[in-house]
Write a protein that binds this ligand. Structure first.
Ligand SMILES: [Zn+2]
Length: 135
């Protein structure tokens, strides 16, 4: 959970008060968060995106050996020449699984952050236009 200082707008992993200026920390999903500058939002998205990517990468590290182990188990049930072939292929298969997920996680984070950034900028422009019309 990321929290934002109402005073200096620095971000914190949690807590109630800013350690820099002592200002009150706010939830970025509260109503007052709509007033935050877009650069702030970009940073928040990046933080969440990076965290999401990290979780996927950890999953990839766990899933690689699972795939390799699964291939070995299947190989044990197969007939002689193919069981050897699959046993040898088990490790590269596990590595390939890990690498594919690891690589796509990086891409997904970049895409996610970028797309949300464009969406938010458009919404921000609309909000600014609305405010300008009212004045
Ligand atoms: Zn502060």
């Amino acid at each position: 959970m990321i929290k934002i200082c109402t005073g200096c707008q620095s971000t914190w992993a949690g807590g109630r008060f800013c350690e820099d200026c002592g200002g009150e920390l706010r939830d970025p999903f509260g109503e007052e968060a709509q007033q935050l500058p877009s650069t702030m939002w970009r940073y928040i998205r990046l933080q969440y995106g990076a965290r999401r990517g990290m979780i996927v990468r950890v999953m990839a590290i766990l899933l690689g050996p699972v795939v390799a182990g699964g291939a070995l188990r299947i190989a044990a049930g197969w007939a002689r020449p193919w069981s050897t072939v699959l046993s040898i292929a088990a490790i590269p298969l596990g590595v390939a699984t890990w690498w594919t997920i690891h690589w796509s996680a990086g891409r997904a984070v970049r895409l996610w952050v970028l797309r949300r950034g464009q969406l938010n900028r458009r919404r921000l422009a609309r909000a600014l236009a609305r405010r300008a019309l009212r004045i």
